[in-house]
Structure formats: C-alpha cells, structure tokens
Ligand binder design. Structure first.
Ligand SMILES: Cc1cc2nc3c(=O)[nH]c(=O)nc-3n(C[C@H](O)[C@H](O)[C@H](O)COP(=O)(O)O)c2cc1C
Length: 185
C-alpha cells in the first residue's frame, strides 16, 4: 500500500509535521510504502482560474503541482495534515486544494473520473485553542477535496491546545493515537 502524507504547515519540525510523521511511522511499521510532501518546500502557484483548462487531467501550470498530482494519483491513502490558521486550513494547504479545480471540473462538468483508483482519505490537524468549530470549518473543505480526488474520508485526528513549536511532544498519548492510525491503514 502506498501512503502519501501531505504537510501543510510552514513550521519546519512543527506540531503538524510531528503528528504526521507518527502516522507515517505507523503505516511504515505495518509494511506500507510511505512518502511525504511538505507544501512549504515546493514551488507552486495559486490557482489562476485560467480559461485554458485541459479537458481532462492536470492543470496547465507547469510547476511542482505536476508531481503532486502524480503522487496523489498513485497513492492508496492520503494523509492530509494542516494546522488551524484563522479558523481554517493553512494557506499552503488551501492553495494546493484550489489547484484541483481542473480535477473538479473533469469530474463534475465533463463527467470524467481523473483519479480512477479509490483511496483512503485521512485528515489530521492541530490548533492552539480549544475551538471545535475551527476543525469543523477545515473538515468541510477537506471533505470536498477528498471527494474530488476519489478518496473516502475514513479517519480524522484533531489535537487542541497545542500551540508552541513541538508542544505536541508533551502529548505522548496523542502521538500513540497517530501511530496506531497509521498502523490501521
Ligand atoms: C497565522 C496563524 C494563525 C493561527 N490561527 C489559529 C486559529 O485560528 N485557531 C487556533 O486555535 N490556533 C491558531 N493558530 C495556532 C496554530 O494552530 C498552532 O500554533 C499549531 O500548533 C501550529 O502547528 P505547526 O507547529 O504545525 O505549524 C495560528 C497560528 C498562526 C501562525
């Protein structure tokens, strides 16, 4: 099984990254092939709402999103990880999701399924506060994204009250839950 982790946090070695690594470690321990993309480390443009959309497949902008499309296409499971920023996903995560408008159009307007392989979708997130509604906001966007890439929203892990860098290391129970989630995949 190919498991792809996508980290939408700009903070290198931050809480989202640590949580995501725990899930990926669990998946690897159980024999999965694991890969991670850090959105802040790749170069890609926000969606340009261009009028030259392809009639199928991927966006015409030639940047690192071309690799992201291919890796998502090949994956059996996607673990999308984002911190909560201003009550929603990070800008990096939302910017990547917007670049799937080409796939949304293929699926919903042209009635062509671009990502034929059905996938498992997992969403994990951390926030500094204890506001459940922030996760609700983020979840509804991620659900929409998962439907677009033909992924079933199977699991989620939300961690509240985690603010300073690496604070999540003080929560071994959460990291164990994340590891077990990876094993379960
Ligand atoms: C720009 C920005 C906006 C944030 N907005 C929120 C927010 O709306 N609600 C919240 O609970 N925490 C918010 N936080 C706190 C982060 O969610 C928290 O620090 C989290 O642990 C960051 O994860 P990271 O280390 O993976 O980047 C914000 C942090 C930043 C930098």
């Amino acid at each position: 099984m190919k498991v792809l982790g996508i980290n939408g946090s700009p903070r290198r070695d931050g809480n989202t990254n640590i949580l995501l690594d725990s899930v990926l470690k669990g998946a690897r321990n159980n024999g999965s092939e694991v890969e991670k993309i850090v959105l802040n480390d790749i170069e890609f443009s926000p969606c340009q709402e261009c009028e030259n959309m392809p009639n199928d497949r991927f966006c015409i902008i030639e940047d690192d999103m071309q690799t992201v499309y291919k890796k998502i296409e090949e994956a059996d499971a996607i673990i999308l990880a984002s911190p909560i920023f201003f009550g929603s996903l990070s800008a990096q995560t939302k910017m990547m999701i917007d670049r799937f408008q080409c796939i949304w159009r293929s699926k919903n307007i042209l009635r062509k399924q671009v990502f034929e392989k059905r996938k498992i979708g997992v969403f994990i997130s951390v926030e500094g506060s204890n506001r459940k509604d922030f996760f609700d906001n983020a979840r509804s966007i991620v659900k929409n994204f998962f439907v677009t890439i033909n992924a079933d929203y199977k699991e989620e892990l939300f961690c509240s009250g985690i603010d300073e860098k690496k604070a999540i290391l003080k929560q071994p129970k959460l990291l164990k839950t994340a590891f077990n989630l990876g094993v379960k995949l």
